[in-house]
Design a protein around this ligand. Structure first.
Ligand code: S3P
Length: 177
C-alpha cells in the first residue's frame, strides 16, 4: 500500500455521533470539500446502505467501504465522514493514519440511542430492533478500542449548537485545518 499524507480530516465514531451533521459545516468553515463514505457507496452502487446489507450482505458492504476509503485516501484536504464500523478493519486504519488526521466524535450510548431509536436506515440497528439500546451498548464496547486510536477525541453530544461544536472542533484541529 503506497500512501502519502494528503491532509484529510477523518471523522470517526459510532452511528449517530454527528459525523455527517458536523462534517459539512466543518468543511464550509474550513473551505474544504466534504466526503461521506456512505453517500459515496450509495451513489457508486446505486443502492441504499440498507439494500446493500439485505441484498448483498454485510461483507459486500465492508468491501465497498474499503474501496471508498481507498479512493478518498488518495485525495487531498477533504473532511471525510467515515461509517461507524469502518474502524474495525486494519486496512482502513492504515489508510486513515497515513493520509490524514483522525478525530473520534465521542457520544454516550444513551444519547446515541435517543438519536437513532426511530431511524429505519441503519441495518445493524434494524436487525436488532427489539434490543436497540443493548445492541448499541455492546457494539460500542467492542469498537471503543478502535475509536480510541484516533489522533483526537472530541465529545460530540454536548448540549450546544452545531456552530459552537464546529468552533470547538476547529480549535482542537488548529494547525491541521
Ligand atoms: C455502520 C454505520 C453506518 C453505515 C452502516 C454500518 C456501522 O454509518 O456505514 O450502516 O457498522 O456502524 P454511520 O456511522 O454514518 O451511521
Amino acid at each position: 500500500m503506497k500512501l502519502k499524507y494528503t491532509g484529510n480530516i477523518y471523522l470517526i465514531g459510532f452511528m449517530g455521533s454527528g459525523k455527517s451533521t458536523i462534517g459539512p459545516l466543518l468543511a464550509k468553515r474550513s473551505k474544504r470539500i466534504f466526503f461521506d463514505t456512505d453517500e459515496w457507496i450509495k451513489n457508486e452502487f446505486g443502492k441504499s446502505i440498507l439494500q446493500i446489507f439485505t441484498e448483498d450482505g454485510e461483507d459486500s458492504f465492508r468491501q465497498k467501504e474499503i474501496a471508498g476509503i481507498n479512493l478518498v485516501s488518495r485525495m487531498s484536504n477533504l473532511i471525510v465522514a467515515v461509517g461507524g464500523g469502518a474502524v474495525i478493519n486494519p486496512e482502513n486504519w492504515i489508510r486513515i493514519k497515513n493520509t490524514g488526521i483522525s478525530v473520534y466524535l465521542k457520544c454516550s450510548p444513551e444519547e446515541i440511542y435517543r438519536r437513532v431509536k426511530n431511524n429505519k436506515t441503519r441495518p445493524l440497528l434494524i436487525e436488532n430492533d427489539k434490543d436497540k439500546y443493548e445492541t448499541i451498548k455492546s457494539l460500542m464496547k467492542s469498537r471503543e478500542q478502535y475509536y480510541e486510536m484516533a489522533d483526537f477525541t472530541v465529545e460530540s453530544c454536548k448540549d450546544e449548537s452545531r456552530e459552537v461544536f464546529a468552533n470547538r472542533l476547529i480549535k482542537t484541529l488548529r494547525g491541521y485545518i
